[in-house]
Design a protein around this ligand. Structure first.
Ligand SMILES: [Zn+2]
Length: 347
């Protein structure tokens, strides 16, 4: 079993900063071309100057043997974003998108919004500039069950804004439920990224046989029925679903404790995990659409003219299961069990 696809893009990734950036950027840079870099650093990226400086740090940290790598930057939707600066950042090619986080929903989201309706001016500007709004769709209402929070956010926050601004391009990030898929189904303005872990796992994997902190992420991995809806959408070849790994490294010291941090580090083997899902679904002919061409077309760039070859083997290869940063932090690599069966080569 062997398949060649255009070099994939990762339309949602957390590269962090400092020693963690140094340790993770090579995994993304050697595997992917475009990388849509999330702005939720400890001090969120809210200006084009911040974004340009962060891009420079990423490029400086990237390995020399990854010439195709193109980090593209996002601003963090907050009252600190100045609309003139946003226009300038877009015109200069520094800012590719803006990311909305509900305050408190996930890692470093404290600066996020209480409600999307507080940012209509900013969203109107995005629509006018033809720049997409990336949305972490998860209610933070403590009265809502954790597994119902994506659906609740879509109903209460996302649908009203989408109705009000039908010309605003919206990417529903890391879609995790059937309700999320339905939102994209119903609206031509919407598309969605899907992560390797939401495609490959369901909540019983997370909770049934010993709680697994390495699978804990936000939005939380949901039911088998939800996962099946994601697989159906992703493997169908349809143009509005594409890969965003949401690769998000946390040290084991933050993962294995009384309160695990949310995030899965899958930059290393996410492509293998996705290939295995498509293989199991009998849909490898649609893999390139999901990993390499749909997202490019949504973000108005050409698909890569370079390619990678994925080969499924019957021999289990030895693969790394962790890495350690220069600061001494150990991070677990998601998908190592699947990566033993796939060989990926850049052509
Ligand atoms: Zn994310």
């Amino acid at each position: 079993m062997k398949i060649e696809i255009p070099t994939p893009d990762d339309w949602h990734v957390h590269l962090r900063d400092d020693a963690m950036l140094d340790a993770v950027v090579g995994y993304t840079a050697r595997r992917f071309r475009y990388a849509m870099v999330m702005p939720n650093l400890a001090a969120p990226i809210t200006s084009s100057t911040d974004a340009a400086a962060y891009r420079d740090r990423i490029v400086a940290a990237a390995p020399a043997d990854a010439p195709d790598f193109r980090p593209v930057m996002t601003l963090y939707c907050s009252p600190l974003v100045d609309l003139d600066d946003l226009r300038r950042g877009v015109a200069e090619g520094v800012v590719k998108a803006v990311k909305y986080y509900p305050a408190g929903a996930t890692t470093n989201s404290e600066a996020g919004g209480a409600s999307m309706s507080d940012f209509l001016d900013l969203f109107e500007t995005l629509a006018e500039l033809d720049v997409r709004l990336l949305v972490h769709a998860e209610s933070t209402d403590p009265a809502i069950d954790i597994f119902d929070r994506e659906a609740a956010f879509i109903e209460r926050e996302l649908i009203p804004v989408s109705d009000r601004l039908p010309e605003l391009g919206i990417t529903l990030e890391h879609v995790s439920t059937r309700a999320g898929v339905a939102f994209v189904d119903e609206r031509s303005q919407a598309a969605a990224t899907v992560t390797p872990h939401h495609l490959a796992q369901e909540r019983s994997d997370l909770l049934a046989d010993g709680m697994r902190p390495d699978l804990y992420c936000k939005p939380v991995i949901n039911s088998a029925d939800d996962r099946d809806a994601l697989i159906a959408a992703a493997t169908s070849g349809r143009a509005d679903f594409f890969l965003g790994t949401d690769s998000a490294p946390h040290p084991t010291t933050a993962k294995y404790g009384p309160k695990a941090k949310a995030g899965v580090f899958n930059a290393a083997y996410g492509l293998e995990v996705v290939a295995e899902v498509f293989h199991q679904a009998g849909a490898l002919e649609n893999l390139a659409a999901f990993t390499s061409t749909n997202g490019a077309s949504v973000y108005d760039v050409e698909a890569s003219t370079n390619s990678v070859t994925l080969e499924r083997t019957e021999i289990d290869a030895d693969v790394a299961t962790t890495f350690t940063t220069k600061a001494g932090d150990e991070v677990v690599l998601f998908g190592a069990d699947v990566a033993t069966r796939w060989r990926v080569t850049n052509d």
